[in-house]
Design a protein around this ligand. Structure first.
Ligand code: ATP
Length: 601
């Protein structure tokens, strides 16, 4: 397929404000493409040249892209910047310049693969003269493209392609395109949960059909979408779900890490990671809760894993938390989170060492063990983690039987500065990518508050008035995720409770994510001063969830949705949650019901 054909689809996708239309357009696009283009298309429509977990970022700043555009169309950089300011989008500036440029080489049309490979090449340039190499390759590419293609290609290295296409939308479209309806989405989702690689799943589906999809296996180097826990209002209710005997572990308040360790073979490991294994025999890769490759950020966990995990290959999960080895104290989340940084990594690793409390094992010596019961996985985990290791420790576990025992262990965990407990069903498999009652979380709560905070997605922003003019933002419109419909629905307006610094940060974020019309997957009756691409997750604490005719979250036939009462910002969660990882409407409904039980106590 020619890239110019894909660009026409980009135009259609950009114009729609309805999710069903997105699916319809995408399924037509997939139908028209060749099977070995499907994977590339899946990455390109999300503005990428690799799956999310691969640390391949185009990462070009505006003024560098402006130089490339200027060079492509024989203009001064200042001219490009001026045009960009006037039009508000660098891609549109490139489109206009391309339209007016006579010497465009357009005798031969580029295919999707050619443009993809060129973009990948740009992303991979490194070392001396990187900027010049990137500029020259991008300007060369722009010269060969038609104006509409130039517009969209420019937005890829800038990270400003705002088509708002989520993974679930792509999966629905793939099923519709090849199967005529959306019924294959669960099977595709299952394969996606195992690999987190949308392009790979899509291409396998188009080349090998549904049997190929069912054969997709866990792969070292591709993160598994994490199993998630449910909430319940009381220990009694938990016991009903978990059976007579269940496991309990402390709930550590740090960040989740998935370790991929391989000593035997290197297949499936990106070339860029080989250096981590010292000669390529031993490779450790780390992935975050939201599937990003965070290997470079935690050298202490990487070397700890190499020394302290005894296996040819393994995928294990744990919670990393800052820990004071002298006093054997866990440090609060505010300390742990200082380790999430791009610079001065080694220095910070010394100052604030992490320990990783391993709590599950998913893959061992070449075998997927996710289907084995939790009890067995835990035994295998204990057999490969060294007892006296300094970095990788096994999360403490108790087998409990009663409410009384839960309460005792819970109080013990709290007194040690931990967040609460995780209760786990002993015979349950590891359920990738799913929230279920196989894991139940019990957290500390504060009186007068909901039993848990709500992770909301920033949907829009109200311009600031009075003192707030200075921050550019006076209030926020936030929503939660409707998993069934793959939409973001409004749940609250937040106008107070943010510090000046937080208002400024929201302003920065919203400037980057601002879009011209309501995104297709946002469903809201309220219109803010401007919309943003749903991307950033904010943790919100509220006093209560109420029914409300204003918001679209969980709206029923009578027109009543849910709203947050007295919402306030706890923290930004852009580092470890994607928009689709926000609290779901189903969870809001449960929290709403649970608050009544809570009051009764
Ligand atoms: P979620 O990850 O469920 O969307 P969240 O990120 O808001 O929710 P919490 O609700 O506080 O976090 O708790 C779930 C998280 O707790 C897990 O994702 C994991 O990172 C962490 N965790 C801490 N200790 C454990 C443990 N022993 N077993 C499993 N997870 C644990």
């Amino acid at each position: 397929m020619h890239f110019s054909t894909l660009s026409k689809y980009y135009e259609k996708l950009e114009a729609t404000s309805k999710r069903l239309e997105l699916i319809d357009i995408l399924s037509k696009l997939f139908k028209q493409a060749k099977s070995d283009e499907i994977g590339k298309i899946c990455y390109l429509i999300q503005g990428r040249v690799a799956p999310f977990f691969e640390p391949i970022e185009m990462g070009m700043a505006e003024n560098i892209v402006a130089v490339a555009i200027a060079r492509a169309f024989n203009k001064e950089k200042e001219h490009v910047i001026k045009l960009y300011r006037k039009l508000g989008n660098m891609g549109i500036a490139a489109e206009e310049l391309s339209r007016n440029h006579e010497s465009r080489i357009r005798n031969q049309e580029l295919t999707i693969s050619q443009v993809f490979n060129e973009l990948l090449k740009i992303a991979k340039f490194s070392g001396e003269g990187t900027v010049e190499k990137k500029v020259s390759a991008l300007s060369g590419l722009l010269k060969k493209l038609d104006p509409i293609s130039a517009k969209h290609v420019v937005n890829i290295p800038l990270g400003t392609l705002r088509l708002g296409i989520g993974d679930a939308t792509v999966l629905d479209s793939l099923s519709l395109s090849k199967h005529g309806d959306k019924t294959l989405r669960p099977v595709l989702e299952d394969a996606y949960n195992k690999t987190s690689d949308l392009g790979f799943v899509a291409e396998t589906f188009f080349k090998k059909g549904i049997n190929g999809i069912k054969n997709i296996k866990l792969t070292l180097g591709k993160p598994i979408r994490p199993a998630l826990a449910e909430r319940l209002p009381s220990a009694d209710e938990a016991i009903k779900r978990l059976g007579n005997e269940f496991a309990a572990e402390p709930k550590f308040d740090g960040f989740r890490v998935q370790i991929h360790l391989s000593r035997a073979h290197l297949r499936g490991v990106p070339q860029a990671q080989h250096h981590l294994g010292g000669g390529g025999e031993e490779v450790v890769q780390l992935f975050s809760r939201n599937l990003e490759n965070t290997t470079h950020a935690f050298p202490d966990i990487v070397s700890g894993a190499k020394k302290e995990i005894k296996a040819k290959s393994a995928i294990l999960e744990g919670e990393a938390i800052a820990y004071n080895p002298q006093t054997q104290e866990f440090l609060p989340f505010q300390e742990t989170t200082k380790r999430r940084r791009k610079y001065k990594i080694e220095e910070m690793a010394k100052k604030l060492p992490l320990v990783l409390f391993a709590f599950d094992l998913l893959y061992l010596n070449g075998k997927d063990i996710t289907q084995k019961p939790y009890r067995q996985r835990r035994k295998l985990l204990e057999s490969i983690v060294s007892r006296n290791g300094g970095v990788i420790k096994i999360a403490q576990e108790k087998i409990l039987k009663s409410t009384k025992e839960i309460t005792e262990f819970f109080n013990e965990a709290i007194s040690e500065g931990l967040e609460g407990l995780m209760l786990k069903k002993l015979d349950s498999p590891y359920i990738a990518g799913g929230r279920g009652f196989h894991w139940i979380k019990f957290k500390r709560t504060q009186a007068g508050q909901l039993t848990d905070s709500v992770d909301c997605v920033l949907l829009g922003v109200y311009s600031g008035k009075g003192k707030r003019t200075e921050f550019g933002v006076g209030g926020l419109l936030v929503g939660v995720y409707d998993e069934k419909k793959d939409e973001f629905v409004s749940i609250s307006r937040i106008g107070t409770g943010l510090t000046d610094e937080e208002f400024r940060k929201v302003n920065e974020i919203s400037k980057q994510l601002r879009v011209v019309h309501k995104p297709a997957r946002v469903n809201s009756d309220i219109t803010p001063s401007y919309w943003v691409e749903p991307k950033v997750v904010l943790e919100i604490q509220a006093d209560e969830i109420t029914r409300s005719p204003i918001h679209t979250a969980g709206r029923d036939r009578e027109g009543l949705g849910y709203a947050l009462r007295f919402p306030r910002l706890v923290k930004f969660r852009e580092a470890d949650k994607r928009a689709e990882d926000a609290t779901t409407v189903e969870e809001i409904k449960k929290l709403y019901k649970q608050q009544f039980n809570h009051y009764k106590k």
